[in-house]
Design a protein around this ligand. Structure first.
Ligand SMILES: *Cc1c(COP(=O)(O)O)cnc(C)c1O
Length: 431
């Protein structure tokens, strides 16, 4: 695989951008080698600066659920371009966007647009604190909620991959207000709540975790959180930045049957543009400035181009809910093929899967929290990643990530992915 132009760009980048990238996991540190610089993408394919092409299973970490450069979204964005890139004043599309989100996610009665998932979660806990008058929050080990100070504690994904679960620069005082429990461990949450009576403002959770690899909630876990929050006047926040509009038109909460008080959104909601949102019960959201006293603002929030892209993708998903059944089927097909290939080699690695999200963990044991995810053989994952890349399949460059299937993955492409997997597994297994 040619890598001349990407290598040259990476050398230049390292001089002027920390680590050569604008987000850590992109640097390939967990899998070795130089990152690949992407020139363009279309449908299921990425094309790099050396004109290699890859079938793509990250989709910009989730947003491109309809594949790249989708005509529908492109048209809406193009139509909006000539009306100026930003107003900094209210506009019609923001109202349409809020109405659309409220119509799709039943637990969300009011919503505020922001510019990233990080902003959404940071703002949501501020609102929860303002609403309850309490300060502590509970999060789960291996869950990622963006890079806000309060969340960089046992934060999964990039933080894990980079070996800095607790980042320097996060004040001890802030860290003290973040309590952590193992994912799926309701008793640990009960103990934390008992030991911090009337001090906990919010419990924030990925209802389906995607940032320690794909990890599903055990039956009763989310229900248990709901019950504790009701009894203790704690705001239950579902961080659906990844799962929102990915697992159903109303996110993970739409298929798991538990209603949070607040929801944070991002990724798909912008169709590839930098967008996030947080919303929830009216009673809580009325606390947000200027309706209420909790301050939160954004010069570019509700940006007209971003709203155009977001509206286009959400409208499409709402109008075509069968997309989700198709995506689920295609994902199952790929997993079935991969599992079969593994079995032929006498391997029984764990696959976690829901809808169009999945992770193959390089371990035989069940993965239901961060401890069990960490049992994965990371060296084998790195070899597998490189083998897949050399066969033209671009995976997330870390074991602790979920893969995403887009509607651009046809059965023919699925077969190619399975074939690349088969060959890659044989290669690394024979080493
Ligand atoms: C990606 C992600 C975030 C952060 O979103 P950014 O747009 O990267 O700031 C927060 N929570 C979850 C669950 C995510 O997957």
């Amino acid at each position: 695989m040619k890598n001349i132009n990407s290598s040259a760009l990476f050398s230049r980048a390292k001089e002027v951008i920390p680590g050569g990238v604008n987000s850590p996991v992109r640097a390939f540190r967990a899998v070795g080698g130089n990152p690949i610089f992407i020139k363009r993408a279309k449908g299921a394919y990425l094309f790099d600066e050396d004109d290699n092409q890859f079938i793509e299973l990250i989709n910009s970490w989730g947003p491109m659920i309809l594949g790249h450069a989708n005509e529908l979204i492109e048209k809406e964005v193009r139509d909006a371009l000539s009306n100026s890139l930003s107003f900094g004043a209210p506009s019609r599309k923001e109202v349409e966007m809020a109405e659309l989100i409220v119509s799709m996610v039943p637990s969300v009665e009011m919503v505020r647009m922001v510019n990233s998932g990080t902003e959404a979660t940071m703002s949501a806990i501020r609102v929860a604190r303002g609403y309850t008058g309490k300060e502590k929050i509970i999060k789960f080990e291996g869950c990622y909620h963006g890079h806000g100070d309060s969340f960089l504690i046992a934060a999964g994904s990039g933080a894990v991959t980079m070996g800095v679960p607790d980042s320097p620069g996060v004040p001890q005082g802030v860290a003290n207000d973040t309590l952590t429990a193992p994912y799926n461990d309701i008793n640990a949450v009960k103990t934390l709540v008992e030991n911090n009576k009337n001090k906990i403002a919010a419990i924030i959770v990925e209802p389906v975790a995607g940032n320690m690899g794909c990890v599903l909630p055990k039956p009763g876990f989310l229900e248990g959180l709901r019950k504790i929050c009701d009894e203790e006047n704690i705001v239950l926040i579902f961080d659906e930045v990844m799962s929102g509009f990915r697992l159903s038109i109303s996110g993970a909460q739409g298929i798991l049957g538990v209603k949070p008080d607040m929801t944070t959104m991002g990724k798909i909601i912008g169709g590839g543009m930098p967008v996030g949102a947080y919303g929830g019960k009216k009673e809580i959201m009325q606390k947000v400035s200027p309706a209420g006293p909790v301050y939160q603002a954004g010069t570019l929030s509700g940006n007209p181009i971003a709203m155009s892209a977001g509206l286009a993708i959400l409208k499409y998903l709402k109008g075509n809910p069968s997309v989700y059944t198709q995506l689920d089927k295609q994902t199952e097909y790929i997993i079935h093929g991969m599992r079969k290939a593994n079995n032929l080699l006498g391997l029984d690695y764990t696959f976690n899967h829901i809808g169009s999200m999945f992770t193959m963990f390089f371990t035989n044991t069940a993965v239901d929290d961060f401890e069990s995810a960490k049992k994965s053989d990371l060296k084998s994952f790195a070899s597998y990643f490189q083998a897949m890349l050399s066969k033209g399949v671009y995976l997330a460059p870390s074991q602790f990530e979920s893969l995403f299937i887009s509607t651009a993955i046809t059965t023919e492409l699925a077969d190619q992915i399975i074939h690349a997997h088969e060959e890659s597994m044989r290669e690394i297994h024979s080493k």
